[in-house]
Design a protein around this ligand. Structure first.
Ligand code: NAI
Length: 762
């Protein structure tokens, strides 16, 4: 025992373990766990152990879910769904409220259980994870109550399959279950194999509050169980986990018609500008990459610091890092706990080995016996070093420098991922400029890893698509039903005789009429139509990319003016469409131009009520270059129903007109050319629809695709887009001339949100 005077000298903490006896009693009583299906626990089947990673001690046996278990759970969820959705919103709200209340009453128990199963410090599970879980259920009790008034005309999707990771087990469950239930869906949730216990405790809470049987079903197991859930007859899959598994799920779901949201990995930049408050920024690093042992998808794992302050920043960072306490997760003064599993520890160490072998220098980051790795960072690291590119998912950052704000943005965006970013500067203009230019779903200004149920969270590019939290998150669990005749599949391509080059009808790329690369045509509508190919798609995407800055620079008001002028010119050109589109169709398109001109400066963001003391702004942003595959029906109205909302939001598009009836779109090209629509904003490539659409889905420069067709063509595009992780929206068959083919649903699909956090503070 040290003397008091010695303690006063060193200011070392003594041990302060949290009492785990209640949790241990619970585990002993339960013994081993079955699944939670139709309101009851099943008898345990073939089981596996879940362990405390800090000691290796077995905590419980849980059941490895089979495809039959999944089928049973999905049936139970299906049986329960109609009644759950039909229940008045107020009644659903009361259940969500009861869940929130009960979790609140069991906060300590759940925090200890989470820490035992996952290895995260009790300070984090107690002060961050579980309070946020509670907040999520309260917030979504509110949405259940307000569903009818706030989302008129929207319906639940049905049964949702949800697959979650092990880094925030109960919090990820809350992010998935709360909005699904609020919207009237029922769920089958598969927790991660390393950390199933809080999900099973949550099942008991569902039973305790009397949630109708089958509304929440929990099936434990590994990736195979997850894969069985993906294959099961559910209406949506919501997945959080690795990019690799996310890609596989997107591929497996291609053509199934099931909805999909993916929250995947990240390699988020943490940018420290010259004028940053360096002490605050160092604390930001602690919250960013040394929080939860760095096992955080949005961890600020790439620290980029202005060269002029880099040395002072590193000195402060190192001093702070050395003070962090690595140790027993249940100790209340532990800062860094255990890595979730030996497999993950080995994975982290292997990346570090490769990073140092490639020349980086590791500061700290020592492996300790058991599942422990001390906090650290890699310095002198080249951009192509594996430590700079791969998601380490451990308590190790990279540290590199930049000279100018432009270089900071370039380095920040030099990644396939786009989940989050943290930006540190005392200048509002500098910070907001960076927040706007960094490609990420969430940007924290002068803060890091701040979350709230009202603040949408999710990524772009290899970090996935879809949002969780707030109004946006609710919309990912709802649909707006439309009924319309089925879409017609295009007929086969009829080669034009003699492969003549058409002299009058051409592709429209970069604001100019262009001959197709292959120099060939096909026959449609008694004309020789240019037969576009992959190269034409590439040219069109490049033209669209170069048009973006100018088009976005016009702002909503500027774009509205262009759309009004387009309407005026369409009215003048009515006669030119004769034979290609009906007068009604042309008139519908003129009205649609006015509609989206009206909306161009009105599809707003919102400052949401997240945390006190924070501005939390949710901003719709254009995707960038969009690929649009027009319906075969209604060749003008269908085409323009896609083009207009996309360009109104500031995207540039590569559009593939109806294969059998492309003349309306090609006639339109002439109107576009004289309507102040800058060259490259709308590009039109005619030819074999499915091949061209697949070329778009394979192109890295395309950020979103809308496919208005059906069948195998859509499936192929979705399979291809699974690799590039380009989101594909299928508006489905519509009456393209009527009001179902326009509105907020289209504007939402033409944009994605960026959530920007800005804490107040003088
Ligand atoms: P993972 O992606 O394999 O696991 C996440 C969840 O997906 C688990 O519930 C797992 O059982 C399930 N799963 C695995 N294979 C599946 C399949 N084929 N079909 C359906 N579900 C499947 O992640 P893992 O292997 O645990 O971790 C590997 C790396 O992934 C980490 O080191 C980290 O880089 C990244 N990761 C990222 C997360 C994030 O929050 N973005 C969370 C977990 C891991």
């Amino acid at each position: 025992m040290p003397k008091v005077s010695e303690i006063m000298e060193s200011m070392e903490y003594g041990p302060a373990p949290e009492d785990a006896s209640a949790v241990r009693d619970w585990l002993r009583e339960r013994g081993s766990f079955g699944h939670f299906i139709a309101g009851r626990f099943t008898r345990p089947g073939e089981t596996f152990a879940t362990r405390d990673p800090s000691t290796g001690e077995e905590l419980a046996q849980v059941t490895q879910g089979t495809a039959r278990d999944i089928a049973k759970a999905v049936r139970a969820a299906r049986r329960a769904q109609r009644g759950w959705a039909a229940m008045p919103g107020h009644d659903r709200a009361r259940f969500l409220y009861a869940i929130a209340r009960t979790i609140q009453k069991r906060e300590r128990f759940l925090s200890v259980l989470e820490t035992l199963d996952n290895g995260k410090p009790i300070r984090e599970s107690r002060d961050i994870d579980v309070p946020l879980v509670v907040r999520h259920f309260y917030h979504h009790a509110g949405w259940a109550e307000l569903l009818e008034s706030e989302f008129p005309g929207h319906l639940a999707l049905g049964v949702c399959g949800q697959i979650i990771p092990w880094n925030f087990p109960l919090l990820m469950l809350a992010w998935k279950v709360a909005p699904a239930l609020a919207a009237g869906n029922t769920v089958v949730l598969k927790p991660a194999e390393y950390t199933p216990l809080t999900a099973l405790a949550f099942a008991e809470i569902c039973a305790h509050v009397g949630l109708p049987a089958g509304v929440v079903n929990i099936v434990t197991g590994d990736g195979e169980t997850g894969a069985a859930l993906v294959q099961a007859p559910v209406d949506k899959i919501a997945f959080t986990g690795s990019t690799e598994v996310g890609r596989g799920i997107a591929r497996a779901l291609a053509g199934s018609g099931k909805r999909l949201t993916l929250e995947l990995g990240g390699k988020s930049p943490f940018v420290v500008m010259e004028d940053a408050d360096l002490d605050a920024a160092v604390e930001g690093v602690v919250d960013s990459i040394w929080f939860n042992q760095g096992q955080v998808c949005c961890a600020g794992s790439r620290i980029l610091v202005a060269e002029s302050v880099a040395s002072r920043f590193e000195t402060l960072l190192r001093a702070r890092m050395e003070k962090l306490r690595l140790g027993a997760p249940l100790d209340k003064s532990t800062d860094v706990g255990a890595i979730v599993d030996p497999v993950q520890k080995a994975r982290i160490l292997s990346i570090l080995d490769r990073a140092t072998a490639a020349g980086a220098e590791l500061v700290g980051g020592d492996a300790a016996p058991g599942c422990f790795i001390a906090p650290g960072y890699l310095r002198n690291i080249a951009p192509a070093n594996p430590g700079m590119i791969e998601e380490i998912f451990g308590p190790i950052a990279t540290l590199s420098t930049f000279r100018t704000p432009d270089e900071a943005v370039e380095l920040a965006n030099n990644t396939r991922y786009g989940l989050a970013a943290s930006v540190w500067s005392e200048s509002a203009t500098v910070a907001t400029d960076l927040a706007a230019r960094i490609k990420a779903g969430v940007v924290w200004v002068n803060c890091a890893n701040t979350f709230d149920a009202a603040a949408p969270f999710g990524g772009v590019r290899d970090s996935g698509y879809g949002r969780e939290g707030g109004r946006e998150g609710m919309l990912d669990y709802l649909s707006v039903p439309v009924s319309a005749p089925r879409e017609t599949a295009p007929a086969g391509i009829i080669p034009a005789e003699g492969q003549a080059i058409d002299r009058t009808v051409k592709l429209y790329i970069g604001g100019a009429q262009k001959r197709p690369d292959g120099g060939t045509s096909y026959a449609a509508q008694d004309e020789l139509i240019p037969l576009g190919n992959r190269k034409d798609i590439r040219n069109a995407v490049e033209a669209a990319q170069s048009a973006l800055a100018k088009w976005q620079g016009l702002g909503g008001h500027g774009r509205a003016q262009v759309l009004y002028f387009l309407a005026e010119n369409l009215a003048q050109a009515r006669a030119e469409f004769a034979g290609y589109a009906s007068v009604d169709e042309v008139d519908a398109v003129i009205r649609r131009c006015f509609f989206y001109a009206g909306f161009a400066d009105k599809y707003d963001g919102a400052t949401v009520s997240a945390r006190p003391g924070h501005l939390c702004h949710v901003q719709p942003e254009p995707h960038g270059v969009m690929g649009l595959i027009a319906p075969n029906a209604a060749p003008l109205a269908g085409f323009m129903s896609l083009v207009l909302p996309a360009i109104a939001m500031g995207n540039a598009v590569v559009a593939i007109p109806a294969q059998d009836r492309p003349m309306a779109a090609l006639t339109l090209a002439k109107v576009l050319a004289c309507s102040d629509v800058p060259g490259g904003v709308v590009n039109i490539v005619t030819g074999p629809r499915d091949a061209l659409a697949t070329a778009l889905a394979a192109h890295d420069g395309v950020s979103a695709i809308w496919h208005a067709g059906q069948g195998e063509g859509v499936a192929e595009v979705q399979r291809t887009a699974a690799d590039t992780l380009i989101p594909v929206w299928t508006p489905g068959p519509r009456d393209w001339g009527d009001l179902h083919a326009q509105g907020r649903e289209f504007l939402r699909a033409a944009s994605r949100t960026k959530t920007i956090w800005l804490p107040y503070g003088a």
